[in-house]
Design a protein around this ligand. Structure first.
Ligand code: FES
Ligand SMILES: [Fe+2]
Length: 419
């Protein structure tokens, strides 16, 4: 009988060549996928959504991270909480819909009933010795950073989240995300490993050839793209862009909008990067005409031309915050070769559809861009299945931030395996 030797993951990690893509098993193997779910997705802060996903008491959002199903609930005191979506009776899923509104959380199996605080308040026929107080829903660590929701399944979550929150809260405050509303949510399953989804997001080497809609507002020199030394035209474009950035960043910062880059993508569990990016064209928003797509601006913002504040967090998030709307992305691994990318578009909660904004117009750039990215991720995944695949070099001029992602990933696995 043919038997397959177990993967030597430690050797694969040790053999990773800095500046190169990962070996094929990191993108394909079930064993490494399970390791990723444990080491990365069950021990780091995972971006799951935004407070406006559960705007009112009783609103519930279900999100699955690997085999773990999580409930995000707003309780009657307006506190957002997270619990395992696992009944304390015989373990049934309590909530099966992605979004719902409830008075209490009632398990469909035998109707055990939980308060929105997770306390078990009703369980019939359990005998006199049954102690309901010992059977509340199991809580999950939850943090909200100016309305961005992160959960961590570990008993002791990475403590460096505090410094991430401290850096981001003043930057995000003007957008007042807690008083925004989700006007569109879109799920897209990419046919690729979650790391290919993330790698694809961390560079714009592919933008010029693939993203005509995004290219209207997104300058390729914005994040980690440097022209070749002999590309005189590119050098001139990059210099002009840098001068424009210098001018606009100074103006934004003078008005209290923190814009300077901050980047610690590696060397810490909660790696992240942020920067306010100068947008192209009219410079207002990531839209087809590069102007705002929602007349009522976010928070108390009055300046339309605020660029795009971008945020990346390791392992699974990217987002853009503009004067008129925000768009957030959540990557969740489904299996070794499939990844769910959940996109949300948000505007001020008082903006009126048909008066202040049109959803199709608001979302059109990223709907097109997501589809293009999904095609690219699929192509890359196909390549990793071939016997010809071997780790290839990242461009030192345009893919340094992809390398930072892969380096972070290898660091996290190494730290875990070295314990
Ligand atoms: S499994 Fe939930 S009430 Fe029985
Ligand atoms: Fe892309």
């Amino acid at each position: 009988m043919l038997t397959r030797a177990p993967l030597d993951v430690a050797s694969l990690i040790a053999a990773r060549r800095p500046g190169y893509t990962l070996a094929a098993p990191f993108y394909r193997s079930k064993e490494i996928f399970d390791l990723d779910l444990d080491v990365i997705f069950a021990r780091h802060w995972i971006f799951v959504g935004v407070e406006p996903d559960v705007p009112e008491p009783g609103d519930v959002m279900k999100i699955d991270i690997g085999l773990n199903s999580i409930l995000i609930v707003r309780d009657d005191d307006n506190e957002v909480r997270a619990f395992h979506n696992v009944c304390r009776h015989r373990g049934a899923r309590i909530v099966t819909e992605e979004h719902s509104t409830v008075g209490k959380l009632v398990c469909p199996y035998h109707q055990w009933t939980y308060e929105l605080t997770g306390d078990l308040v009703h369980a019939t026929h359990m005998g006199d010795d049954f102690d309901a107080k010992c059977h509340g829903l199991k809580p999950v660590h939850l943090r909200s950073v100016s309305g961005l929701l992160y959960v961590c399944l570990a008993a002791e979550p990475p403590a460096d989240f505090d410094s991430f929150a401290a850096e981001m809260e003043p930057r995000l405050a003007p957008f007042d995300l807690r008083n925004a509303k989700v006007v569109k949510e879109l799920d897209l399953i990419e046919e690729g490993n979650w790391k290919l989804t993330m790698e694809n997001n961390r560079e714009c080497y592919h933008c010029a050839g693939n993203h005509p809609e995004l290219g209207l507002s997104f300058n390729k020199y914005a994040v980690g793209f440097v022209p070749d030394a002999d590309d005189l035209e590119g050098q001139a474009e990059a210099a002009a862009y840098a001068a424009d950035v210098e001018r606009q960043v100074q103006a934004w910062e003078a008005n209290g909008f923190i814009s300077r880059p901050f980047e610690e993508l590696t060397g810490r569990p909660t790696g992240f990067r942020t920067e306010r990016i100068v947008l192209g064209g009219e410079g207002e928003s990531q839209t087809m005409d590069t102007k705002i797509a929602c007349k009522k601006l976010m928070g108390a913002i009055t300046e339309r031309k605020l660029g795009g504040l971008h945020l990346w967090t390791q392992p699974n998030m990217w987002a853009h915050f503009m004067s008129d709307h925000a768009v957030t992305f959540t990557a969740l691994p489904l299996d070794a070769e499939h990844t769910l990318v959940k996109t949300r578009w948000l505007v001020h909660k008082d903006a009126v559809e048909g008066v202040d904004y049109d959803v199709d117009h608001l979302a059109s750039v990223w709907i097109a861009t997501n589809d293009q990215d999904a095609s690219l991720v699929k192509l890359a995944q196909c390549g990793t299945r071939s016997q010809a695949y071997e780790p290839g070099p990242y461009s030192p001029l345009t893919e340094g931030l992809v390398d930072a992602f892969a380096t972070w990933y290898v660091e996290r696995l190494s730290a875990h395996m070295g314990k």
